[in-house]
Ligand binder design. Structure first.
Ligand code: 13P
Length: 255
């Protein structure tokens, strides 16, 4: 059975002190959650302190990015070893903001995925089309290129240790969510791509999150879709009550 994985991507929000406070609130609110994997991704600066807050809880620690090299002259970057040492479980890779503003490519996504996996952490691989690409009828070709690129060289066993986040770029931070049907169709297509690469059994075992203006009001509808296995949450993850308002329907559905 696939796990429902709901992760809060805090992006460039919250100071270290604010991150510790929010993490403590999430830990308290999520203490009864048994069936959903809950994760939070604070700024790099707060990872170490948030790791202390999460110790012994059922909330997992995630990072927002990583570099693919072990160490060296890469000013401003953070290596997978550094994340591993702190106790990071999940690493978000290929977020559309990374792709749009910081030159992330399918090739760098693939390098990061391999590096993170080599240290036993789980990549959350972000894919998704822009509004222009969708309007031009390129949804499927964009997703195909992104999935093929991210999984290049990965075995079926490696693929089982990944999570995908389908995030239509036009829905991120805009308040416009994909409808349940639109999201389900894209997720089913992505699962079909995975089946083509690795077979149906592997494809059926990989969790595919939805991301893009997901909030308590629309979470139940999205999470009830056959191929939607969680969420990657931006704005609504910045408050514990709205974040848990998304986790709760996931918990109810997976009982
Ligand atoms: P919003 O939930 O703010 O739309 O952000 C989604 C996202 O980009 C999560 O990675």
């Amino acid at each position: 059975m696939r796990k429902i994985v709901i992760a809060g991507n805090w992006k460039m929000n919250k100071t270290v002190a604010e991150s510790v406070t929010l993490a403590s609130e999430v830990v308290a609110a999520a203490s009864g959650i048994r069936n959903v994997v809950v994760a939070i991704a604070p700024t790099y600066l707060a990872l170490a302190k948030v790791a202390d807050v999460l110790a012994g809880s059922n909330v997992k620690l995630a990072a927002q990015d990583v570099h693919w090299e072990n160490q060296g002259a890469f000013t401003g970057k953070v290596s997978a070893d550094m994340l591993k040492e702190i106790g990071v479980d999940y690493v978000i890779i290929g977020h559309s903001e990374q792709r749009t503003y910081f030159g992330e490519t399918d090739e760098t996504v693939n390098r990061k995925v391999r590096k993170v996996q080599s240290l036993g952490m789980t990549p959350i691989i972000c894919i998704g089309e822009t509004l222009a690409e969708r309007r031009e009828g390129r949804l499927e070709s964009v997703l195909t290129t992104q999935v093929n690129g991210a999984y290049a060289g990965l075995s079926g066993d490696d693929a089982l240790r990944t999570v995908i986040a389908y995030e239509p770029v036009w829905a991120i931070g805009t308040g416009v969510t994909a409808t349940d049907d639109e999201a389900q169709q894209a997720h089913a297509f992505v699962r079909g791509l995975l089946a083509g690469l690795y077979g149906e059994d592997v494809a059926q075992s990989i969790s595919i999150q939805y991301g893009g203006s997901m909030k308590p009001e629309n979470a139940a509808g999205l999470l009830a879709q056959k191929d939607i296995d969680g969420g990657l949450i931006g704005g609504a993850a910045l408050k514990a009550d709205s974040f848990l308002g998304i986790v709760a329907p996931g918990e109810a559905l997976s009982k």
